[in-house]
Design a protein. Structure first.
Length: 235
C-alpha cells in the first residue's frame, strides 16, 4: 500500500492547468479522502457529495457499490490540502460549468476527431465513464510520472485502514472508521486491510515489552515467607 506521504507527493506533482488535469488530480485526492472504490467513483453524481457537511452518500440505486449496499462516507482526516482540492473541483463543476445534480462527479474525457483526423481529448464529456478502467489507468500514469511504483485505487483503502489503526484510540472510534469504509464488521477492516508493516510490528512488540517490565510485579513479592505459610496452616 502507498503511504499517505507518497499519495500527497503524487497529488502535489500533478499538473492542473486544464480541466482534464484538474479532474485527474481531484479524483486521486477524492479517493484518499473517502476511500471509495473505483467502480463507485466512476458512477457518482454531483448530488451524492455534500462538501459543506464533508459527506458522500453512496446510494446503491445509482452508485456501483460492492454488494449493492448503500452507506454514507464522511471525509477522512487526511489533510485540509487534500480536502480543498476536492472542494474546489465540485465548486468548479457547479458554479463555473453550471452542471446539475445528476451530472457526473468525475466525468469522462470527451474524444473528438482533431485537425489531423486523429482522435484526441477535448475537455470533459457530460457523462460517466462506462467502467473503472480509465481511473486505474489514470492512477498508473500519475504514480509513474511522480517517480513512484504504481498503486491501484483499492490500495488507498489499505492506507486508510492502517491510518485508522494509528489514530483511533478506542474500539468505538475504530468501528466508526471501519463503517466509513463500508464495512459492517470491523474484523473485515482488521483482517483484509489492516496489516502492520514489519518494522512497525517490531516497534510495537518492543514497546509493549518495556511497558510489561514496568507493570509486572516482582515474582518474589508473590511468594509468602515460609513462616507465614506455616502460621496460616496452623491457624
Amino acid at each position: 500500500m502507498p503511504t499517505l506521504e507518497q499519495i500527497r507527493h503524487v497529488i502535489q506533482t500533478m499538473p492542473a492547468s486544464t480541466e482534464i488535469e484538474r479532474r485527474d488530480r481531484a479524483l486521486i485526492a477524492f479517493t484518499i479522502l473517502t476511500g471509495a472504490r473505483d467502480g463507485a467513483i466512476a458512477s457518482l453524481k454531483l448530488k451524492h457529495i455534500d462538501i459543506d457537511q464533508g459527506r458522500v452518500d453512496q446510494d446503491a440505486r445509482q452508485v456501483n457499490t460492492k454488494f449493492s449496499k448503500s452507506f454514507t462516507t464522511w471525509f477522512f482526516p487526511v489533510g485540509d490540502d487534500i480536502r480543498q482540492i476536492v472542494v474546489d473541483w465540485v465548486r468548479y463543476l457547479r458554479q463555473e460549468k453550471l452542471w446539475g445534480f445528476d451530472d457526473p462527479l468525475f466525468p469522462a474525457t470527451k474524444i473528438v476527431v482533431g485537425v489531423t483526423r486523429h482522435f484526441e481529448a477535448s475537455g470533459l464529456d457530460r457523462k460517466h465513464w462506462s467502467s473503472a478502467g480509465p481511473i486505474r489507468a489514470l492512477f498508473k500514469y500519475a504514480f509513474t510520472a511522480a517517480g513512484l511504483p504504481y498503486f491501484n485505487p483499492h490500495s488507498f483503502r489499505k492506507t486508510l485502514a492502517l491510518l485508522g489503526g494509528q489514530i483511533c484510540k478506542t474500539p468505538e472510534e475504530y468501528k466508526a472508521w471501519s463503517q466509513n469504509l463500508g464495512h459492517e464488521n470491523v474484523l473485515t477492516t482488521f483482517s483484509s486491510y489492516g496489516d502492520v508493516a514489519r518494522h512497525r510490528q517490531a516497534e510495537i512488540i518492543r514497546s509493549l515489552g518495556k511497558i510489561e517490565q514496568h507493570a509486572c510485579i516482582s515474582p518474589s513479592s508473590l511468594v509468602l515467607p515460609a513462616k507465614a505459610i506455616r502460621d496460616r496452616a496452623t491457624s
